[in-house]
Design a protein around this ligand. Sequence first.
Ligand SMILES: Nc1ncnc2c1ncn2[C@@H]1O[C@H](COP(=O)(O)OP(=O)(O)OP(=O)(O)O)[C@@H](O)[C@H]1O
Length: 219
Amino acid sequence: MKLIAENLTIDRGGRRVFQDLSFSLESGTALVVTGPNGIGKSSLLRTLAGLVPPAKGVIRLEGGEDEKHVFEQAHYFGHQDAVKPALTVLENLQFWQSFNAPARTPDFSAASKPPLGALETLGIGHTAHLPAAYLSAGQKRRLSLSRLLVTPRPIWLMDEPTSALDRTSERQLLDLMNAHLAAGGLIVTATHTDLALARATILHMEAARTAPLQDAVLS
Ligand SMILES: Nc1ncnc2c1ncn2[C@@H]1O[C@H](COP(=O)(O)OP(=O)(O)OP(=O)(O)O)[C@@H](O)[C@H]1O
């Protein structure tokens, strides 16, 4: 399986953020997107997630499900937690389980977890029957993250995934990300911190803005 972006050009609010960005990412590998504030990291992730249409360019998943868009084979873990405060923690997760269809490909073998099991894995099993409004910021982050475990999808798009997490949760998140890579998944993550990922390629957005050739921006 291979995620391919060709000549991606993204405009926001009528202004060009970047142009002609190309990269490819193999199963089991993470693309770590770096660069200063405002360079376009979130815009790239939102475009891969189908939330911002590209002005130009193509995104495809070789070896994925042909009849599905790439974003239907991806989870987007962004800045907003997508948590309904009036529902319980478990109800929130059950909603996402029924809303998101799983996506399976031969290269990707992650097993799904039942909702309660996913909450327990993330250390918030004891909050399952509380209204989600009672959760702390870090616990809401973990609830949001639990969506990725109940519905297997090969691509994880993660924008600043460690924000609001304490050290223990950060290590746990890295374990989950590395397990996803070991199962054959792909991760594209924007981050300002060093993440100890097993197999990662760095995409320097600053270089990408000035050098359209993919070899110039991947290291
Ligand atoms: N909804 C929007 N409407 C108009 N312009 C936007 C919108 N969202 C982002 N932009 C602009 O697009 C550019 C890239 O923003 P983006 O959020 O992708 O940067 P980033 O690299 O993720 O930044 P940060 O590190 O601060 O999160 C910025 O100039 C920003 O002002």
